[in-house]
Write a protein that binds this ligand. Sequence first.
Ligand code: C5P
Length: 218
Amino acid sequence: NEKFNIAIDGPSGAGKSTIAKEVAKILSIDYIDTGAMYRAIGYKLGQNQVDLTDKNALRQLLEETEVDFEKGDTLLDGEVVNDKIRTPEASKMASVCSALPEVRTKLVALQRKMAQKKSVVMDGRDIGTNVLPEAEFKIFLTASSEERAERRFKELQEKGQQSTFQQVLEDIEQRDYHDTTRKLNPLRKAKDAVELDTTGMSISEVTRKIIDLVRCGR
Ligand code: C5P
């Protein structure tokens, strides 16, 4: 019954969170959604209209901010923000604020602490390369940008949010660009990560592949 960590990285809409949740459930371990943490901070920065070039204001806000998970809910300063952080604005703010060193330093430290004492599945952009370089299992999930936009578009439609497929595709490609070209911990496949292209694969097929990998490797 040894402790182990699974790092899942990849671009927006590759299915990371859906898959990570499934894997965590099957293995009875915790799931940590690091994107939700950047979204929560981005959401709060937007709500407070913080000028991102004002480092003092930024530091002050970060000091007074608490992000946590409880029974699958994302908590921002104790308030459940699951839906508030899923809007297109919050997505953009998350991507923008995730390039700020102050934000990354705070969240990466928190993420490492969360994975220290227990087995977790953690998903994001820099988990295998930066947050948990010693993770026992590393997966890099990809899919074509059209397929990823298609999935996100359906998700947004189900939630009744108004956006066109073209908007969603542009949004995804812009975030890919931001996430892969930023200086600080850009999205990259770790050398020792297993790459899985999920284009045309079902959720259960991808989940099964990862579970097999973990069961073989333990
Ligand atoms: O995964 P999700 O789309 O919820 O992440 C929102 C944004 O947070 C991403 O576009 C990315 O800019 C940022 N992020 C990050 N590092 C992570 C997880 C997310 O920079 N580990």
